[in-house]
Design a protein around this ligand. Structure first.
Ligand code: NAP
Length: 362
């Protein structure tokens, strides 16, 4: 199927979110017309930053109310669009039938639009590597697009925390199958790593979760990451650009999935230290690490870290298809911290100023 036309019209779901907001902004920067879909257009806390974008003043950016839970919500919004960036979360991931229904709502609106020829669907690395048994990482340590979590593990259930990973795969498959059946559009999946980078609106500081964890570092106390997994990161701006370049790509084909991450991985406690290295002017008081793992997992910390250390993160496919040059994580951490302070008015906990000692006269 053809890519979307330059300066065409793209609808973005989850447009008030951390990633969706950057997809909107970069689409506008590249000359597109954008229909930003949010649940409540009248909530200033979530939409003011969109309305402040220059494209809103001219009318190139328009805001539309839509909730995935309602059938037909996107029917009118998608008519006349060539592209859809389906970035949003769903309301909950525990119920896979519900997740499938939300996909069906979007798919029906795409099919009925008569104009959409490409949909980029935001999945996650949780659809690549979410394992109930970490030995699976030892067996298959290369993290690339044709890797899937062990879906036959009987412990892989929403009750055991796998709903998000399962729901993302439900969505990936639902869109690819529907697009193939229609023959009118294709569905390309992006599987982003852990998004770090600047927030554009104060409400986004509580989302993420990565920018929120950085906020807690600024406030003095942060949590260990689950099963001691290092952050496997992508700058949120690069992630957004990957979405757009896949809408534009002449190479991408229906059903393909692309991982968006820089391959830069770092332990959470190193990130806490990095803030002081990158922004010594802040005089950040060293934040305290809270490890909320149960004792039986704490006892295996060294084993888990050794498993993660052996993993091999790949982004060959994304770089080849989009030509993207991923930013270094240092830049994402710095810009995240500065945005938390300047946009969300987070007040970092600081070390006291130590006056240089004056030498006593002999
Ligand atoms: N952040 C990461 O590190 C990361 C990593 C991998 C994958 N992802 C994926 O990237 C996407 C965006 O993540 P994010 O971090 O930007 O999330 P976010 O900041 O929490 O934004 C998600 C947006 O989803 C919208 N949403 C939730 N339920 C909805 C519903 N029932 N109907 C319509 N909209 C709904 C919300 O819209 P309103 O604001 O309008 O209520 C919200 O703004 C998600 O699909 C996520 O799974 C994120």
């Amino acid at each position: 199927m053809a890519p979307i036309p330059r300066h065409g019209t793209v609808a973005v779901t989850g447009a008030a979110g951390f990633l969706g907001g950057w997809v909107v902004r970069l689409l506008l920067d590249r000359g597109y017309r954008v229909r930003a879909c949010v649940r409540n257009v009248d909530d200033p806390k979530r939409t003011e930053f969109l309305k402040a974008m220059p494209g809103y003043a001219s009318g190139r950016l328009t805001l539309h109310a839509a909730d995935l839970d309602g059938a037909g919500c996107y029917d009118e919004i998608f008519k006349g669009c060539q592209g859809v960036a389906h970035v949003s979360h769903v309301s909950a991931y525990e119920d896979q039938d519900y997740v499938r229904r939300t996909c069906d709502h979007i798919i029906a609106s795409v099919n009925g639009s008569g104009s959409v020829n490409r949909v980029v669907v935001t999945s996650s690395i949780a659809a690549i590597i979410s394992e109930m048994d970490l030995k699976e990482i030892v067996r298959r340590p290369v993290f690339y697009e044709d890797r899937f979590p062990d879906e036959l593990n009987p412990k892989r259930t929403p009750e055991r925390g796998q709903g998000y990973s399962m729901g993302k795969l439900v969505a990936e498959r639902a869109f690819a199958e529907a697009a193939a059946a229609s023959g009118q559009w294709d569905a390309i999946t992006v599987c982003p790593g852990d998004n770090v980078g600047p927030i554009q609106s104060a409400h986004q500081k509580d989302m993420g979760p990565w920018q929120h964890i950085i906020e807690t570092m600024l406030l003095g106390e942060y949590r260990q990451t689950d099963v001691y997994r290092p952050w496997m990161t992508v700058d949120v701006r690069d992630d957004a650009l990957c979405h757009i370049r896949l809408l534009e790509s002449t190479e991408a084909k229906n059903g393909e999935r692309y991982i968006a991450w820089s391959t830069d991985a770092r332990n959470v406690e190193d990130i806490a230290v990095d803030i002081d290295r990158l922004l010594p002017e802040l005089r950040l008081a060293p934040p305290v690490l809270v490890d909320a793992h149960p004792d039986r997992l704490k006892a295996r910390e060294a084993e888990f870290r050794a498993i993660w250390a052996r993993s091999d993160l790949r982004n060959d496919r994304m770089r080849a298809a989009t030509g993207i040059a991923f930013r270094p994580l240092d830049e994402s951490i710095r810009d995240c911290v500065e945005s938390l302070i300047s946009v969300a008015r987070v007040t970092p906990k600081r070390r006291p100023v130590v006056e240089p000692s004056v030498a006593e006269p002999a």
